[in-house]
Design a protein around this ligand. Structure first.
Ligand SMILES: Cc1ncc(COP(=O)(O)O)c(C=O)c1O
Length: 397
């Protein structure tokens, strides 16, 4: 027996890419350059290994589901500094739960929030952007909700046009997921946009999930955060959960460490759910995470590297393939006409691996797929290989 909801998914994007290029040999003599996966390659900070070694005696402990007090307070301090929260506005015990990567936590958010049916008997929805991070679909579908996909293309500033939603759309929505800076487009939601989403969510008892895992990878201005917007609106963190990760901020995707913060009722329920679902962070990894949230030096160094790579991209691509310099995140989102064909050619002719935009988007109700013309290029490697890859990309496309 299998859960038929699984039939609603395609394979994960990276499997689809492997299938697309199966049997295609890149030119011999060219070193392959992989820009398909959003996996930062800047090198994990040495403080991780140091903290893990210093806490090796704790491998024998089952990790507490609510995280260590040290980690929760490092996160609360970071949030307070980063978003200029009033001292004490965020409570390390009531408002924060460390999670073993936000991927798992985003998936669980669906199970946390989505009821079997709405009071009027209808199937609930989860509103989400299109293109998207694929786990949003998993969170909606496996929890029994219908995904309501909102196009996020150039005409909407690469963010969903949430003002176009009707009151009934909001009433049906158990959850809305926003991503800022957005993957793949790198668009940043402004304060007014977030405030509108929060107020609408509160008015309709929708849970607003704001995926801020790229919040620390930005070009000029630090992206606003939903918790700071809650502070200015009043009403505490009601109906709002933000998701943050060390994977991108600290170039440590293998650490599996992030956190969820916000509405205390939701956080309490999340702790209960996670006790049954159990993806926890090992205690030595919590110690390393504590050190990372307390350090900004390595984060600034990461940002400088991304800026240097976006400078290169701008030099090579300005005026071509719909290039724009994203305000945040580390992806180029290039309009190549047919993303699958371009990805295949780049592999076959230049040994450069990128992701077709259609693999991070879906046909919407009108049958259009906003990602189809695009490729997503993850600038996650070192500056030299990125420079080479961009050179090859320009030659091929
Ligand atoms: C938009 C977005 N959210 C969440 C995640 C999950 O990150 P992690 O599970 O490493 O915290 C990713 C990873 O690629 C992502 O791109």
């Amino acid at each position: 027996m299998l859960n038929p909801r699984l039939d609603e998914f395609t394979d994960f994007p990276f499997q689809r890419l492997r299938d697309l290029i199966a049997g295609v040999e890149p030119p011999s003599g060219l070193e392959p350059i992989l820009l398909s996966l959003g996996e930062p390659q800047h090198g994990a900070p040495p403080m991780i290994a140091e903290a893990v070694a210093a806490n090796a005696h704790l491998w024998g402990k089952y990790p507490p589901a609510e995280g260590t007090p040290e980690l929760r307070s490092a996160i609360a301090d970071w949030l307070t500094r980063r978003y200029a929260l009033k001292p004490g506005f965020i409570d390390a015990d009531r408002h924060i739960i460390p999670v073993a990567g936000t991927k798992e936590a985003l998936f669980l958010a669906g199970l946390l929030v989505v009821p079997p049916t709405l009071p009027d008997g209808r199937q609930p929805t989860v509103i989400q952007p299109n293109p998207f991070y694929n786990v949003y679909l998993g969170a909606a579908v496996m929890a029994g909700a219908e995904p309501l996909l909102m196009p996020a293309d150039a005409s909407t500033g690469f963010l969903p046009d949430i003002r176009a939603l009707s009151n009934d759309d909001w009433r049906r929505a158990a959850m809305m997921i926003l991503c800022t800076p957005s993957n793949p487009q790198g668009a940043i939601a402004g304060v007014d946009y977030l405030a509108y989403a929060i107020e609408k969510a509160r008015a309709h008892d929708t849970v607003l999930v704001v995926d801020e895992c790229y919040a620390e990878i930005y070009d000029r201005e630090p992206p606003p955060g939903a918790l700071a917007v809650c502070q200015s609106l009043g009403g505490g963190f009601n109906n709002v959960l933000v998701f943050h990760s060390l994977s991108k901020r600290s170039s440590a995707p293998g650490l599996r460490s992030g956190f969820v913060a916000g509405d205390p009722e939701l956080i309490r329920a999340f702790k209960r759910l996670r006790n049954y679902a159990s993806p926890t962070i090992p205690v030595p990894i919590m110690a390393a995470s504590t050190a990372l949230w307390r350090d900004e030096g390595h984060v600034e160094a990461n940002r400088s590297l991304y800026r240097a790579k976006f400078d290169l991209a701008e030099q090579r691509l300005a005026g071509r393939l719909g290039f724009y310099r994203p305000a945040g995140g580390f992806f180029l989102w290039l309009d190549v006409g047919d993303g699958e064909a371009a990805a295949k050619r780049l592999w076959a002719e230049a040994a450069v691996r990128v992701l077709p935009g259609a693999y991070v988007s879906r046909d919407d109700a009108t049958g259009a797929n906003p990602g189809q013309p695009f490729i997503r290029v993850a600038l996650v490697g070192d500056v030299d290989s990125t420079s080479q890859a961009l050179e090859r990309l320009v030659q091929v496309l």
